[in-house]
Ligand binder design. Sequence first.
Ligand SMILES: NC(=O)c1ccc[n+]([C@@H]2O[C@H](COP(=O)([O-])OP(=O)(O)OC[C@H]3O[C@@H](n4cnc5c(N)ncnc54)[C@H](O)[C@@H]3O)[C@@H](O)[C@H]2O)c1
Ligand SMILES: [Zn+2]
Ligand SMILES: [Zn+2]
Length: 393
Amino acid sequence: MKAVTWQGRMDMQVVEVPDPVIEDPTDVVVEITSTGLCGSDLHLYDPLTPFMNPGDVVGHEPMGIVREVGSAVATLQAGDRVVVPFNVSCGSCWMCERGLFSQCETTQNRDTGTGASLFGYSKLYGQVPGGQAEMLRVPFADTLPIKVPHGPPDDRFLFLSDVLPTAWQAVEYADVEDDGTLLVIGAGPIGDMSARIAMHRGLRVIVVDSVRERLARVHGQGAETIDHSELDGIGDRVRELTDGRGADAVIDAVGMEAHGSPVAETAQKALALLPKKVQEKVMLTFGSDRLAALMSAIDAVRRGGTISVSGVYGGSTDPLPMFQLFDKQVQVRMGQANVRRWSDEILALLQQDDDVLGVESFATHHLPLEDAPEAYRKFRDKEDGMVKVVFTP
Ligand SMILES: NC(=O)c1ccc[n+]([C@@H]2O[C@H](COP(=O)([O-])OP(=O)(O)OC[C@H]3O[C@@H](n4cnc5c(N)ncnc54)[C@H](O)[C@@H]3O)[C@@H](O)[C@H]2O)c1
Ligand SMILES: [Zn+2]
Ligand SMILES: [Zn+2]
């Protein structure tokens, strides 16, 4: 089959790889009909390079049709339509029972000290072949895949794999009272969808980014916007808009590749010049994140407010303003989305006749898998009004 593979720093290639097969009786093999490109894939493209091997199949936002079914699978049949969550979670361990699917103890990576395995996401997360491919092996088939009805277009359900539960969890963790104000930093797919979900719940939402067409998109959905390329301090502007107090909660939907962190950006680039083994150690031992978005969140949140971090960070000695966090009495919540914790609730919303979150028009680009190498570059550089790409293998 054809698959998108990592071949080197900023080098994705579509190549022929062996078809996946049933390995455990609880597996299914899914023929992929749509598969998303995510901001998280961009970390593999560049900063997480030390944890990738040439040939790794990437992608973690797939859906499709079940083609082969393992002998122990009870609830799925060939022909069923499923969305595959990005975390590989067993559904029955201590963590999964508590809704902490991204910490699944069956697939946790104890050798690298990381949480549940993820599809297509480096040695740090189990090196599981990913879903930007024509076919995908999916384990724990009775609990992991989300069965969806036939009929509506793929885009109605596809974002259940990642964008929707990630944004949903970001809003849940932000925990804003009914008449409160939520600030969303970053208007990529995750920030955009977080804003939509929060507005659907009746919250006042302000979104910050510097990419005009991304701001225009969320403005079109009803959010207030701040273009941070036009001002120095996001915090001051947010306080102006909130009676001098700051936002009740802030979602950081940016993560480690934030613009406006020149020192860390230089460090990330210097890291790329070191031998691979050394890169791994340096990355996990020293700070290498770009913290601009998180710093803005700490500044813009009100005293006693909450910061909900959905952007991915990767360093371990990043300097944080502990005095300011402590003095402002800030709560910080974060983590990979626990997809299965939220997916049933979201699916019920998606099955309503009207597309309340606008998922069917959410993707800006539908492209064949062959276009992946160029799409990665354009998505990173935010060219062509590209916000969300869906590949159709
Ligand atoms: N927690 C999870 O489970 C989970 C799941 C999916 C994605 N993510 C992470 O969420 C983040 C966003 O993903 P995405 O797909 O929306 O990516 P994206 O790269 O398309 O979006 C990031 C946006 O942030 C903006 N930005 C950059 N620096 C900024 C700054 N200093 N202030 C304000 N805006 C800034 C960029 O212009 C861009 O529009 C990534 O870090 C991704 O890895 C996390
Ligand atoms: Zn994703
Ligand atoms: Zn589990």
